[in-house]
Ligand binder design. Structure first.
Ligand code: GDP
Ligand code: IMO
Ligand code: MG
Length: 448
């Protein structure tokens, strides 16, 4: 190639990149803690600039809250972009779909005059959560007594186990051939009944009833069902901008979280490529969402937990009750060790720090800067639950503020101590905080 050829190629490369930057940006939003960080709100806010929003992991265990004016939507399976009339919504292959919940959710939006026809696409490879999965989840949790994981009982673990096991799994595409599906369900139900009877001594489930339900799922959901991987790649080629919406959070990741107190999918950003068939290279920016403190629902170690009046204050101020199960969330201080780990494994570019308003009125605020485990100080998060349970937090204390910040929309108008708290978290995590939440509504968001 001549020198001029090289220069032209370089210019094209540079300008292509700039052009792409201006027109087509693909973002990913993931939780950096144990879920419920406020992903729904951030996805809704960012969706204003996206053509497509994609859910790629988890199932109806997720509960993503979007507040639009006087309406509060709790979305479990639909991407949070669903509330915007022109946004295309994709439920990709990595999601385990509970058809009952999804149909209810579509109907609920329809009651508010928000329709999804021609803009919702479900992957034909997504697995179905069926009644017996929810039953198995509940029976297993009950039988474990105090050793239970504290799941959402949405059938996630049993469905994902069947997905990996392959022999007894049902995918959306199976709804297309009802004759084959009928035979498949008979085999599955026979197998499940033997196990459920032996382990839990319960009434058998009926393959016939299940088949009738599946027929109705086929009627209602097949019109939305396509090859979403093909659709997403075509959309990218057409210059559409895509927002990938993670469910749960990095610390609940099946492989990298606080196992076994995790969910059954890769809920850090590492799950995104496999969950939708789009390589992470095609994502321009990953937003990590974290609360200005920490919460957790269900069992498992939680080093900064404040099982005291501080935790109660945060729960009360922040309305910290599960969106999916209504369970009170466990509350504690911001854990910079855990967040730094989530940032490292997730290649996080920038942080959205939510619920800063919830900390207003506390006497003082603490940030966990390191752990002491077996007499040794560490700043690397041990995802191993046994080791994590031994961690003693080393805190630094920062001054608090009393002013109401829920109407503030410029960073520099926040009380100085609130500004300093944000900056301190940036220093500890090494990542810029470019979005700050000061309330649940769209306009209660500060951009920096
Ligand atoms: P997600 O699962 O990450 O989408 O989070 P959830 O919706 O389960 O829980 C977050 C809760 O906090 C919801 O009730 C939101 O409406 C609310 N929320 C989000 N951001 C803020 C914020 O900055 N301040 C306050 N006070 N509430 C917020
Ligand atoms: P969003 O997307 C908070 C937790 C459960 C339990 C563990 C395993 O709203 O952030 P599972 O039902 O998945 O087998 O439960 O994971 N969990 C969540 N916690 N937010 C979620 O989703 C969660 N999804 C699952 O409480 O501890
Ligand atoms: Mg939630």
């Amino acid at each position: 190639m001549t020198a001029i050829g090289c220069v032209l190629k370089l210019l094209r490369f540079v300008f292509d990149d700039i052009f792409r930057e201006l027109t087509q940006m693909n973002f990913c939003v993931v939780g950096l803690q144990w879920g419920d960080e406020g992903k729904g709100k951030i996805v809704d806010v960012l969706a204003e600039h996206s053509d497509i929003v994609v859910r790629y992991n988890g199932g109806a265990n997720a509960g993503h809250t979007v507040v639009v004016g006087d309406n509060t939507f709790a979305l479990h399976l639909l991407p949070s972009g669903a509330v915007r009339a022109n946004t295309i919504c994709v439920i990709a292959n990595g999601v385990v779909v509970d058809p009952d919940t999804l149909i209810k959710e579509i109907d609920k939006l329809a009651q508010k005059n928000i329709t999804l026809s021609n803009r919702l696409f479900i992957s034909e490879n997504a697995h179905l959560v069926l009644d017996y999965h929810k039953k198995e989840d509940r029976l297993r949790e009950e039988s474990l007594g105090k050793n239970k994981l504290g799941t959402t009982i949405r059938g996630i673990g049993p469905c994902c186990a069947d997905k990996v096991g392959r022999s007894y799994a049902v995918r959306m595409a199976d709804l297309k051939d009802l004759k084959k599906l009928k035979a498949k369900l008979e085999t599955i139900v026979d197998y499940k009944n033997k196990i459920l009877a032996a382990l839990y001594n319960i009434e058998p489930i009926s393959a016939g009833t299940l088949f009738e339900k599946c027929k109705s799922y086929a009627d209602q959901l097949l019109p939305f069902t396509i090859n979403t991987t093909e659709f997403l790649h075509k959309s990218i080629a057409d210059g559409k901008s895509i927002l990938f919406e993670g469910a749960q959070g990095a610390l609940l990741d099946l492989d990298h979280g606080t196992y076994p107190y995790v969910t059954s999918s890769n809920s850090s950003s590492l799950g995104m490529p496999a969950g939708c068939g789009v390589p992470s290279k095609m994502v321009d920016k990953i937003f990590g969402v974290a609360k200005a403190y920490t919460t957790r629902v269900g069992g498992g170690p939680f080093p900064t937990e404040q099982d005291n009046e501080i935790g109660q204050y945060i729960r009360q101020q922040g309305g910290e009750y599960g969106t999916t199960t209504g369970r009170p969330r466990r509350c504690g201080w911001f854990d910079a060790v855990a967040i730094s780990y989530a940032i490292t494994i997730g290649a996080i570019d920038t942080i959205a720090l939510m619920h800063l308003d919830t900390l207003t009125g506390l006497k003082e605020i603490k940030i966990c800067r390191a752990y002491e485990i077996n007499g040794k100080e560490t700043t690397f998060f041990p995802a191993n639950a046994t080791k994590l349970a031994q961690a003693r937090c080393i805190y630094e204390t920062v001054p608090s503020w009393d002013e109401d910040i829920t109407e503030v929309n410029d960073f520099h108008n926040l009380p100085l101590n609130a500004q300093n708290y944000v900056c301190r978290i940036e220093e500890k995590t090494g990542k810029p905080i470019t979005i700050i939440g000061v309330g649940p509504k769209r306009n209660q968001t500060i951009f920096r």
